[in-house]
Design a binder for this molecule. Structure first.
Ligand SMILES: [Zn+2]
Length: 125
C-alpha cells in the first residue's frame, strides 16, 4: 500500500469530510462522471495536530489507474485555501466534491468551521 492508502486505512485517523463527483448513471460519449471521477477526503491525523487533504482521481476505464494526491498540514485554513478555485471571471468557487467535503468538515470540526468562515470573510465571499 502507498503512504496515502495507509493513512486512509488507519482507523486512528478521523475522516472529517468526504466528497465525490461520481454520478449514478453512465453517460455514453464525452466526459462520463460515472466512469471517471474525483474523491476528496479531509482527515484529522491521530497525532492530534495534523490534517491530511487527500484527492483521488478514480477511473474504471481500461488502462487507467487511480491517482492519489496528499498534502499534510497543521492548518485547516491551508486546506480551505487549497480546495477553492477561481473561475475565469475571477470568482471563488468550490468544485462539488470539495464543497461536500468542506461542509462535512465544518460540521465535524470547530477548527474547520472557523477556518472556512475566516477565509470567506477575507475573500468577501
Ligand atoms: Zn461511464
Amino acid at each position: 500500500m502507498s503512504e496515502v492508502e495507509n493513512i486512509l486505512a488507519d482507523e486512528g485517523n478521523e475522516v472529517l469530510g468526504f466528497g465525490s463527483s461520481q454520478s449514478v448513471e453512465h453517460v455514453e460519449g464525452g466526459k462520463c462522471q460515472h466512469c471517471r471521477w474525483t474523491e476528496v477526503y479531509i482527515l484529522a491525523d491521530k497525532d492530534g495536530v495534523s490534517y491530511h487533504l487527500v484527492t483521488i482521481g478514480e477511473s474504471e476505464l481500461a488502462g487507467e489507474r487511480t491517482i492519489y494526491k496528499m498534502e499534510t498540514t497543521t492548518s485547516p485554513t491551508y486546506i480551505v485555501e487549497r480546495l477553492y478555485r477561481k473561475s475565469d471571471k475571477g470568482e471563488w468557487f468550490l468544485p462539488r466534491p470539495s464543497h461536500q467535503a468542506l461542509v462535512e468538515a465544518s460540521d465535524s470540526s470547530k477548527e474547520f468551521d472557523s477556518a472556512l468562515q475566516r477565509w470567506q470573510e477575507r475573500k468577501g465571499i
